[in-house]
Write a protein that binds this ligand. Structure first.
Ligand SMILES: [Zn+2]
Length: 268
């Protein structure tokens, strides 16, 4: 079976469900299906409460990204879903565009935002200000795609301006996968693999992009459970204290205790 990320053949089966890739360290899901997201598999429209959570989650991503921004004009969200990153981006950018394959999601966004129901095309940004640079976010997209290196390359290779790329993916090295294993809600047939931070480094190296920051995240609603923080503290005090020391100023405690998602910030 070919690894969906490094494209090397790998015969070291972990078990029948997963393969740990010895080259890029991804945990490959042998039961994953290749979806055509134009036709099926898109996420549901969020209710009011879920939307609020996603807005807060998007804000916490921008709390990381804005530390590295230098007055960029344009924000591009690849796989913009229900549009919360586009909404928060209004605070920071004059020009904002999004891409979403899911038809229902796209239709819910098209009157409010500058969005496209297809892949990125360099012509889409020809009339937009971008001389001061472009910020691109690719959140929870790579794990759905075969050959994510090529996906990113096709977006950035024709851009002649400074680009900052924020990538976020689910990790198998985090607390939730360790606890729930193949019952983890993010281990399902749409995810071709779950990542390791080394997998993100592999992708950066392949694309010859410079890593300017990396770290851990959890979804906003997963990080407010105080009881769980106390449980984790007593379950593994050394690990917990180590996490507090590694924590970056723009992250919260749960990001570094659970480490369920990894992010990486790259520039060209
Ligand atoms: Zn691999």
């Amino acid at each position: 079976m070919k690894c969906p990320i490094c494209l090397k053949f790998n015969y070291n089966y972990n078990d029948t469900i997963s393969i740990l890739c010895k080259f890029c360290k991804a945990l490959i899901n042998t039961k994953a299906n290749k979806y055509n997201y134009y036709n099926h598999g898109e996420q549901n429209l969020p209710d009011k409460n879920k939307r609020m959570m996603r807005l807060k989650n998007s804000q916490s991503r921008f709390d990381i990204i804005k530390n590295f921004c230098k007055g960029e004009d344009l924000f591009i969200d690849i796989g913009c879903g229900s549009g919360e990153m586009l909404e928060i981006a209004k605070k920071y950018f004059k020009n904002i565009i999004g891409y979403e394959h899911g038809k229902i999601l796209f239709n819910s966004l098209k009157l409010k935002y500058n969005v496209y129901n297809r892949n990125f095309n360099i012509k889409d940004i020809s009339n937009l200000n971008k001389e001061n640079g472009i910020v691109i976010s690719i959140c929870h997209v790579l794990e759905h795609n075969f050959n994510p290196v090529n996906l990113i390359y096709k977006i950035i290779n024709k851009i002649k301006y400074p680009v900052l790329i924020y990538i976020e993916v689910p990790l198998y090295t985090g607390y939730s996968f360790k606890k729930y294993q193949y019952n983890y809600k993010l281990w399902y047939d749409q995810h071709l693999a779950l990542y390791n931070m080394k997998t993100l480094e592999f992708i950066s190296k392949k694309l010859k992009l410079k890593i300017i920051d990396s770290g851990f995240r959890v979804f906003y609603s997963d990080n407010i459970n105080k009881k769980e923080i106390i449980k984790l503290l007593f379950a593994n005090t050394c690990e917990f204290i180590k996490s507090l020391f590694e924590k970056k100023t723009h992250s919260n405690i749960m990001d570094y205790v659970k480490k369920d998602y990894g992010y990486i910030l790259l520039k060209n």
